[in-house]
Design a protein around this ligand. Structure first.
Ligand code: CO8
Length: 260
């Protein structure tokens, strides 16, 4: 176990709840992503676990996305290692045999939105102060093709085309309208609703649901795995550019200023 994750598997129901707790905002550092991968893998191998709910133990935030400090001022080698871990997390969750539900109890920008979209179903707190979306362009960076593919698979091409270019963050009701999330519930009912919803997914024979899930996702997964090394190379050369480093620095400064 890790201090950054609380994982509880109910042997009776077969539902595991994974709570993200990497203060303050569950940003996805290399270490945190590695913890998530190890724990998803463990549950995947556990025959008694049929479903996974991912939620946050931090107030107001599901996940702030990738840890910007992992992409700022780091060596190319370290950037490559980080990116391989990001890919691995996506692969593990997107191809999971478990039914995976995101219980989004806070804001979920960029990598947080990606993690949510890799789940099978999304339930979000109906708090208008929360937002979700792939806002990469706002940081002056570009969501890679498999982020794009995952969003296209979730909300369709045209919505993705506009959302990605403008780096749109949606409030919960707009996210529901475009299908980025599947259901809104009062904040204190997000986890309970996820647990209840899981029974609907468990009512279907696992093998039939799993083969169907794989049929839907395999082309996207195969495309990513066959371009994996090129994608790492591409990320490292992009992110280490002076102009991109400058954009990230300005964004970090903006985050700090906004707070003051
Ligand atoms: N990484 C690192 N630090 C972060 C991040 C992050 N993603 N997000 C917030 N922090 C830091 C803040 O700077 C702040 O630090 P400090 O306390 O030292 O000032 C602290 O966490 C708390 O943040 P806030 O005060 O802003 O907390 P709030 O509760 O007010 O807001 C939010 C929470 C809404 C999550 C807000 O922090 C936010 O909007 N964060 C930025 C989110 C974001 O834009 N993430 C994008 C990351 S990039 C990504 O995920 C995909 C990259 C794909 C790469 C492709 C390249 C080719």
């Amino acid at each position: 176990t890790s201090p950054r994750l609380q994982v509880d598997l109910d042997q009776g129901t077969g539902v595991a709840v994974m709570r993200l707790q990497n203060p303050p905002v569950n940003s996805l550092s290399l270490e945190f992503i590695t913890d998530i991968c190890i724990n998803v893998e463990k549950l995947e191998m556990d025959k008694s676990c049929r479903g996974l709910i991912i939620t946050s133990n931090q107030p107001k935030v599901f996940s702030a996305g990738l840890d910007i400090l992992e992409m700022y001022g780091k060596s190319p080698e370290r950037c490559g290692e980080f990116w391989r871990a990001v890919q691995e997390m996506w692969l593990k969750v997107y191809s999971s045999n478990m039914a995976v539900i995101a219980a989004i109890n806070g804001s979920s920008p960029a990598g947080g939105c990606l993690l949510s979209m890799t789940c099978d179903y999304r339930i979000m707190a109906d708090n208008p102060r929360y937002s979700i979306g792939l806002n990469e362009t706002q940081l002056g960076i570009v969501a890679p093709f498999w982020f794009k593919d995952t969003m296209v698979n979730t909300v369709g091409f045209r919505t993705t085309e506009v959302a990605l270019q403008l780096g749109l963050l949606y409030n919960p009701s707009d996210a529901l309208k475009i299908g980025l999330v599947d259901q809104l519930v009062p904040e204190d009912q997000v986890l309970a609703t996820a647990t209840k919803t899981m029974t609907k997914w468990f009512a279907i024979p696992d093998h039939a649901r799993q083969i169907t899930k794989s049929m839907m996702r395999k082309p996207t997964i195969d495309k990513m795995t066959s371009n994996r090394e090129a994608d790492i190379k591409n990320f490292v050369s992009f992110i280490t550019k002076d102009s991109i480093q400058k954009s990230l620095r300005m964004y970090l400064e903006m985050l700090k200023k906004r707070k003051a």
